[in-house]
Design a protein around this ligand. Structure first.
Ligand SMILES: [Fe+2]
Ligand SMILES: [Fe+2]
Length: 375
């Protein structure tokens, strides 16, 4: 708070002098005025917190002067100095909110000093209150701004994150494709096999109205289903003749080898079991491997991949035969639905083949899994 200052207004100079004397030892600056215009001039030019005006003055009354003060300087605390005879006017002025307190003539020095102190306290309290209110308003609006900004920042960051995530996924799908191609390249007859199994499997997955993350998993597991063939000797994989039992056993290891290869890759954790079980039979029979799982115990992605794998293998040339016509594929899937194949997956595949015919098998189609999922 700045320095305390009071203005006394009275047409009698000796009263003003007495009031000045009264406050000589107080840390209060004292201004005096003998006429109302003079008083208003002081208030206009000096920092004054409290005005004490005599009621009876020539021209303007004290109440009128204090009304004018209230209008021009609403914060200034107004006190009226009055004789007993003017008490009614004074009480009325208090009631109308024109003055803060009444001081009576003749006054008691201590009482007057105490009242003045209260007036200053009142002023300071009011100012502090206003300051706090303003501060609260300011902070509220700052908070609102901050909130608005935060929402924007969160929105931007989320978008950036989603984009970065998508880029990362695209990059990792590229890496997985490269890996799958490397596997397929071990045998000229299986070039593109993994990609096509991934594509067919994801089409079946969408036909089955799987949620997007599952369609993505089916595609990636499809790409990687035979990755374990890396661990099988080339001589066995490319052998054009019938396999011996031992060679057949070696081939049958590829789902387990694949799962072991992928196990350390954390972001492929949910793909690993899909790879491991892509040769299980739906009926749990001994023809399935490696674990002879049955029905729902086989990951759904594996069940889809087995159908897609069969379609791809039958419609590709092999060293010992040309590609088979679509009717054969349809017949095969029909025949093994419920034993080798999950009947729902088989039915979905048959619907697709019926609807799309040869175009379901279109080779070398550039496949964008994310456009596919969104589309
Ligand atoms: Fe396989
Ligand atoms: Fe395969």
């Amino acid at each position: 708070m700045g320095e305390r200052a009071v203005l006394f207004v009275d047409d009698e100079l000796n009263i003003l002098r007495a009031l000045q004397r009264l406050l000589r030892s107080e840390p209060i600056a004292v201004h005096v005025a003998t006429r109302p215009e003079e008083a208003l001039e002081v208030l206009r030019t000096r920092p004054v917190q409290v005005v004490v005006s005599d009621q009876r003055m020539p021209g303007t009354s004290g109440v009128d002067l204090l009304s004018a003060v209230r209008e021009r300087h609403p914060d200034v605390v107004r006190l009226l100095l009055t004789g007993f005879t003017e008490m009614t006017i004074a009480v009325d002025a208090i009631n109308r909110g024109q003055i803060y307190r009444l001081l009576t003539k003749p006054w008691n020095d201590d009482e007057l000093r105490a009242t003045l102190r209260q007036a200053f306290d009142h002023y300071e309290l009011k100012r502090e209150n206003q300051r706090l209110h303003a501060l609260t308003r300011e902070q509220n609006s700052e908070l609102q701004d901050l909130n608005r900004n935060l929402e924007g920042i969160v929105r931007d960051r989320t978008k950036q994150l989603a984009e970065a995530n998508q880029e990362l996924r695209n990059a990792y799908v590229q890496t997985i494709r490269a890996l799958a191609e490397a596997v397929d390249a071990k045998d000229s007859y299986t070039r593109g096999h993994s990609e096509r199994v991934g594509v067919y499997a994801s089409k079946i997955a969408r036909e089955l109205e799987f949620p997007k993350p599952l369609i993505e998993r089916v595609y990636i597991a499809g790409l990687l289903h035979d990755v374990g063939k890396i661990g099988v000797r080339d001589a066995v994989i490319t052998k054009p003749d019938r396999l011996t039992l031992a060679e057949y056993e070696e081939i049958r290891l590829h789902p387990e080898i694949g799962a072991r290869i992928l196990e350390p890759v954390r972001f492929l954790a949910d793909v690993v079991p899909c790879v491991r079980h892509h040769h299980e039979w739906y009926d749990g029979s001994a023809s399935g491997y490696p674990d002879r799982l049955r029905g729902d115990a086989i990951p759904i992605a594996s069940r889809v991949i087995l159908v897609a794998d069969t379609v791809e293998a039958m419609t590709s040339d092999r060293p010992y035969r040309r590609r088979l016509p679509l009717e054969n594929v349809v017949r095969e899937i029909h025949a093994f639905a419920g034993t080798q194949f999950d009947p729902d997956c088989a039915a979905a595949c048959l619907r697709l083949l019926e609807r799309e015919g040869e175009s379901f098998l279109r080779r070398d189609q550039k496949f964008d899994i994310y456009a596919f999922i969104e589309g």
